[in-house]
Design a protein. Structure first.
Length: 138
């Protein structure tokens, strides 16, 4: 399966980065994810907190077998000392070179998919280095 549409979408987001930061929560977020009350998750929140909240509400990380190649490019070779974000965050589908990432979760009961777009330093995701731009449910 080609990842070109994903990377093209990430590139389009990158070109509009200043505008993306200015859009409202409503512009990014589809309906409240299953198992969560309105306002518990929001665009702009820290990815680690968003992820913890989803997992506690019955969502599961949906691993992508091509994550390493999608994130690190080519054969997936990382630089010395560079963390393997695909092991730390198995839900990551792809990341662009300028800080945008896409992650996927499925809900255990409803089987719905949520696709999350984030921006920041994914290597610092546990230290508030990665923020949620928004999500869509399928």
């Amino acid at each position: 399966m080609s990842r070109l549409p994903i990377l093209a979408a990430l590139g389009a987001l990158a070109m509009t980065h200043p505008a993306v930061a200015q859009l409202s929560e409503r512009s990014f977020a589809s309906p409240v994810p299953a198992g969560l009350a309105k306002g518990v998750v929001r665009a702009g929140m820290d990815y680690a907190a968003f992820r913890r909240t989803l997992l506690a509400a019955g969502w599961r990380a949906k691993a992508d077998p091509d994550c390493v190649r999608n994130v690190y490019g080519g054969d997936g070779t990382r630089k010395p000392g560079q963390p393997n974000i695909c092991r730390e965050l198995p839900e990551i589908e792809a990341c662009s070179g300028d800080g945008y990432c896409v992650a996927n979760f499925t809900h255990a009961r409803t089987r719905r998919l949520i696709r999350v777009t984030s921006y920041g330093d994914y290597g610092q995701w546990q230290r508030k280095g990665l923020s949620v731009l928004g999500w869509e449910q399928k």
